[in-house]
Design a protein around this ligand. Structure first.
Ligand SMILES: [Mg+2]
Length: 234
């Protein structure tokens, strides 16, 4: 089915893994913590436990690197049977700090796409995670001026989007969200009768993955790269 974008007035962009690299740094950190805790457990078990603790902590910590760092410490304490050397705790904190100091690496075509679309549409940035960290990345990205509005959400569920659109006086039918996560950037929008384009990134956190059942019958478009949306919108 052809999707019509002629009613679109405002385009929302996800940031992490849509505009710039993010998840890759988490995968690298997971390898580092596996190495660091290899005296206690197998890489697989460490991975499993870390994911379990992260999900358990989501309601209180939310998303982002600081939450991830606290979860790494918690897992290390548990797997070491609470005999964790101080040096290891320090090494874990350093993994987190190094993540917070990573350069911002823009994905292919980002500037070109934002530049072209900003002439015709109102662009907003809608991301979740740590406020301070997202502000840091946005400042480093040099993309701030393309956006009319920047929103750092604690989560990206239907209600978060409805509130945002209401607040900005945007009709769901006039809004298009672009992002790499079906769970956070696509399905909630389709469910509130808005619009979404999926731009997959090569790696996705398990928590952001969805089943075929959840996407069945949902109307949205998937493109292989950000630049493709220029063709869909013109
Ligand atoms: Mg993302």
């Amino acid at each position: 089915m052809e999707i019509d974008y002629k009613h679109i007035k405002v385009i929302g962009f996800d940031a992490d893994d849509t505009l710039w690299v993010n998840e890759t740094y988490f995968r690298e950190a997971e390898l580092e913590i596996q190495q660091l805790l290899s005296v206690y457990e197998t890489p697989n078990k460490i991975d499993q436990e870390l994911y379990r603790v992260e999900i358990d902590n989501l309601p209180i910590y939310g998303y982002g690197i600081k939450a991830f760092t606290l979860s790494m410490v918690e897992v290390a304490l548990e797997l070491s049977n609470y005999n964790l050397p101080n040096k290891t705790i320090e090494a874990i904190l350093n993994i987190g700090k190094a993540m917070l100091e990573k350069p911002v690496e823009l994905l292919d075509g980002v500037e070109e796409v934002l530049k072209k679309l900003s002439g015709k549409y109102r662009l907003i940035l809608a991301t979740k995670g740590d406020l301070l960290d997202q502000e840091r990345k946005l400042a480093k990205s040099g993309l701030t001026d393309y956006f009319h509005h920047i929103e750092v959400l604690s989560d990206k569920k239907e209600s978060n989007y409805s509130k945002l659109l209401n607040h900005l006086d945007i009709k769901p039918s006039e809004f298009l969200m672009v992002g790499n996560s079906l769970k956070s950037d696509v399905l909630p929008l389709v469910n509130i009768k808005s619009n979404a384009i999926h731009v997959p990134f090569h790696t996705t956190w398990a928590h952001e993955q969805v089943t075929e059942k959840e996407t069945n019958g949902k109307t949205y478009k998937t493109v292989s790269g950000l630049k493709e949306i220029l063709m869909l919108l013109n």
